[in-house]
Design a protein around this ligand. Structure first.
Ligand SMILES: Nc1ncnc2c1ncn2[C@@H]1O[C@H](COP(=O)(O)OP(=O)(O)OP(=O)(O)O)[C@@H](O)[C@H]1O
Ligand SMILES: [Mg+2]
Length: 313
């Protein structure tokens, strides 16, 4: 395997085929807090010094609600392991060749092969974050099965080559709790272990998240919105740090443009961003209606009470 060091158009040659490499990704903000999840990810990617040479880093699944900071956390820990981080955005349209190697017709009708961010990370010994992996089809996941076990290679049908991962290559997959486009097959899930859960931050962490993302915002505004998010977390509403950041950004603009007060701007911004139902929790005195507060135990009881077989229909 020969590598060219030209920064703009890096390429490698494998089995006589030239692969153009992708550029690494940069994220503007590093993750604060979530130390427990970060340490779990560090542990996955650590190769114990006393281990046998065949020991390989684990490829975990990072799970949590949308906007809690999964991608930011994975990127931040990945930076401790490598300068080159590649983020691959998985979608329902991602095809195996998008994940591995894509053919591109160049000038003079010559076919050039472009390595994906994942393949580039494998070749460079970087870290690849497969973002929102639950959106990708089984067919695409199947092409990664050998990479995610001790074989550590992929086969590009399009380029007709086998690509082996560099020993320093590491990977993690982030997945949303919300909607999965496809069911990920069990044989893939069993390779994406362990599961690392990212939950809602503490009140102090939330404030710090706002500060690093919005360094020029008014502290009082950050306090009001982080208190609001704390209330949302206590009721387990699907309102995450990303929503808080959007609320603050939009409220600031509304105050400037419409010359309205901070509470008015926060009210409007919250309604437009998380919806009227969740904006009600801006009022610290607000109590959700009783029927919305059925606990899991109550729900299970009701299900068996009205469906004695114990199965939901
Ligand atoms: N712990 C954190 N530290 C710093 N910023 C954070 C943190 N958590 C969330 N954020 C900010 O919130 C936004 C959403 O974070 P991120 O994209 O990492 O969430 P996610 O869980 O990956 O969301 P999705 O499930 O939609 O992919 C980003 O702007 C990020 O900067
Ligand atoms: Mg994400």
């Amino acid at each position: 395997m020969a590598a060219s060091s030209e920064p703009q158009r890096r390429s490698v040659i494998i089995e006589g085929i030239e692969l153009r490499l992708a550029q690494p990704d940069e994220m503007p903000v590093l993750s604060v807090g979530a130390e427990s999840a970060k340490n779990q990810l560090r542990a996955c990617w650590l190769v114990p010094s006393k281990s046998a040479p065949q020991e390989i880093p684990l490829s975990p699944r990072i799970l949590g609600q949308p906007g809690v900071g999964k991608t930011t956390l994975a990127y931040t820990v990945a930076k401790e392991f490598s300068d080159e981080i590649y983020i691959f955005q998985c979608t329902m349209d991602t095809r195996p060749e998008d994940l591995l190697v894509t053919p591109v017709i160049g000038s003079g009708q010559v076919i050039r092969y472009h390595a994906s961010p994942l393949t580039t990370a494998m070749l460079r010994g970087g870290v690849c974050i497969l973002d929102e992996g639950n959106r990708m089809s089984e067919k695409s996941w199947a092409s990664l099965a050998p990479l995610l076990d001790t074989r550590r290679y992929v086969e590009s049908i399009i380029a007709g080559i086998k690509i082996k991962a560099h020993p320093n290559f590491r990977a993690a997959v982030t997945m949303n709790d919300d909607s999965s486009t496809y069911e990920i097959p069990e044989y893939i899930l069993s390779r994406l272990q362990p599961q690392i859960k990212v939950g809602f931050p503490s009140a102090e962490e939330e404030k710090e998240i706002f500060r690093v993302n919005l360094p020029h915002s008014d502290e009082e505004l950050l306090n009001v919105v982080s208190d609001y998010l704390g209330r949302c977390h206590s009721f387990e509403l699907p309102v995450a740090s990303r929503d808080g950041i959007h609320i603050i950004r939009y409220a600031e603009r509304l105050m400037e443009k419409l010359a309205i007060s901070a509470p008015e701007a926060i009210g409007q911004a919250t309604t437009q961003i998380v919806g009227e139902e969740f904006a009600l929790y801006l009022d610290p005195e607000f109590e959700p209606p009783q029927q919305q507060r059925i606990s899991l135990a109550d729900a299970e009881y009701l299900l068996t009470r009205f469906n004695p077989s114990g199965r939901s229909s």
